[in-house]
Write a protein that binds this ligand. Structure first.
Ligand code: FUB
Length: 325
């Protein structure tokens, strides 16, 4: 399968969170669906209402298995609409599916559903994770077993409504910070139950390597927008994300899963379609970027397809999509 080939063509998929579980690659994507809603900055056109799980025997396999619907909107009591970008994690033999959706008041929250196998099915908790908000959860379990949940997204992801620690609906129209520092993604340590926060929600600080200070809000080419991901390579923690309206995937490197992280560069240039979103996974010593574009639908922003390509690290730990000589 070439890098340009969509992995899945019988349904539209996006926001792929890939993990190696039990020697296979499992992909937890959004399941995009057609809608008549016209594109807007609120993201109403992303009207998804269920999740499928997919798996491959390796990133290079030509066969992708669709394990079917593993969670539906109607099965989650607190959700009103919009099942957006999910992630999954495993601990002590259980599998956890993390997902953002709007609650009955239209506020994005993060839910969790639990299963006994990576391919589900997943049973959702009655309510969202207490203290959670905004979108795009990404769970990282460190080598010591400690788990972290990263999340957040500006504009339609509502992070700009949470600057006081409480949801302020009137701040929605600001879309992002109006001056000074850009809004930061968030992280919380998870309890051993993987379903509640053990810590307060903290800012994930991303530093400009030139100034050693957080990016200013007008730095749209480098500031955080959405799509957090955390992976560990060679003892360092890599926090990667989308810059949204400038359409880059970027990364920053730190010595702790809680940061701070120093900006390291771009992973991917803009793809077909408005959004860009990814995950990075190791499989048998090689590293793979899972991402999406809108090529399968001829460029419809809300009808996307998951792809994958290999990535490498140079001797200084910088990510490159070009194979070293
Ligand atoms: O899929 C809906 C939203 O689009 C995701 O939550 C964002 O990351 C963007 O990909």
């Amino acid at each position: 399968m070439s890098d340009a080939t969509p992995l899945i063509t019988h349904v539209y998929t996006a926001d792929p969170s890939a993990h190696t579980f039990n020697g296979r690659v499992y992909i937890y994507p959004s399941h995009d669906i057609p809608t008549d809603i016209v594109d807007n900055d609120n993201g109403d056109q992303y009207a998804m209402n269920d999740y499928h799980v997919f798996s491959m025997s390796s990133p290079e396999s030509d066969e992708v298995i669709d394990h079917g619907v593993v969670l539906k909107q109607e099965d989650v009591p607190w959700v009103s609409k919009q099942l957006w970008a999910p992630d999954a994690a495993t601990k002590d033999g259980k599998y956890y599916l993390y997902f953002p959706a709007r609650d009955k008041e239209g506020i994005f929250r993060i839910g969790v559903a639990v299963g006994d196998a990576p391919e589900g099915p997943f049973k959702p908790d009655e309510n969202y994770i207490p203290g959670s908000y905004s979108i795009d959860p990404a769970c990282f379990v460190d080598d010591d077993g400690k788990a972290y949940l990263y999340f957040g997204g500006i504009w339609g992801g509502q992070l700009q409504c949470w600057t006081t620690g409480k949801f302020v609906r009137e701040h929605y129209e600001n879309m992002e910070a109006q001056s000074g520092e850009a809004l930061s993604p968030r992280v919380a340590v998870l309890n051993d139950d993987m379903r509640t926060f053990a810590s307060e929600v903290k800012n994930v600080v991303i530093l400009d390597p030139e100034t050693n200070k957080p990016f200013l809000h007008e730095d749209h080419a480098r500031r955080f927008f959405e799509a957090a991901w955390l992976h560990k390579y060679n003892g360092k923690y890599y926090f990667s994300y989308s810059t949204g309206d400038t359409h880059y995937l970027c990364y920053a490197v730190g010595d702790s899963p809680l940061g701070p992280f120093t900006y390291g560069g771009r992973i991917l240039e803009p793809v077909v379609g408005w959004t860009t979103h990814h995950s990075i996974v190791e499989f048998e010593g090689r590293w793979w970027l899972y991402y999406h574009d809108a090529s399968l639908s001829g460029g419809k922003n809300h009808l996307r397809c998951v792809k994958r390509r290999e990535i490498w690290y140079d001797p200084e730990g910088k990510i490159t999509v070009v194979k070293p000589e």
